[in-house]
Design a protein around this ligand. Structure first.
Ligand SMILES: Nc1ncnc2c1ncn2[C@@H]1O[C@H](COP(=O)(O)OP(=O)(O)OP(=O)(O)O)[C@@H](O)[C@H]1O
Length: 126
């Protein structure tokens, strides 16, 4: 750790390192998060090839962010439930299912946005 940092700067850099650790953990342990990262890279490559406009990039980035944030939040909820309620419980099921539902909503939204942006351009190629 850099001792030249003042208290606030040190707190901020520690906060970032905790957040970075969280992202590394979720990437390592959550299969769905990995799948979304692969989808993200695929969409970015497709966007470069199809030459999206700036506004289209902004919309695609927002939807990618939405899905990754939903997935990371879902992973945190799952881990929290596994920690506080490792045995089965109807409320634990509801909480996990609602968190998974949030991911599904984000994924469906991004699918629709992706189709609106990409499909006309793909048709335009033929
Ligand atoms: N403690 C529990 N009590 C009751 N039902 C549970 C419990 N834990 C998990 N479940 C049920 O099993 C499902 C899958 O839970 P699990 O923790 O295995 O998530 P997962 O398979 O890792 O989900 P995802 O694929 O979204 O990462 C939950 O959505 C819920 O319906």
């Amino acid at each position: 750790m850099n001792l030249a940092l003042n208290g606030n700067q040190r707190k901020k850099s520690i906060g970032f390192s905790h957040a970075w650790n969280g992202l590394k953990e979720v990437t390592k342990t959550e299969r769905n998060f990995k799948i979304h990262l692969i989808a993200t890279i695929t969409v970015i490559i497709a966007g470069i090839l199809i030459q999206l406009t700036l506004i289209e990039w902004a919309i695609i980035m927002l939807t990618i962010g939405l899905v990754l944030v939903a997935e990371a939040t879902n992973a945190a909820v799952e881990k929290l439930i596994d920690y506080v309620k490792p045995d089965t419980h109807p409320l634990a099921k509801t909480i996990k299912d609602v968190a998974a539902g949030a991911v599904l909503l984000a994924a469906l939204t991004s699918l629709i946005v992706g189709m609106i942006i990409f499909l006309p351009k793909i048709y335009g190629l033929f």
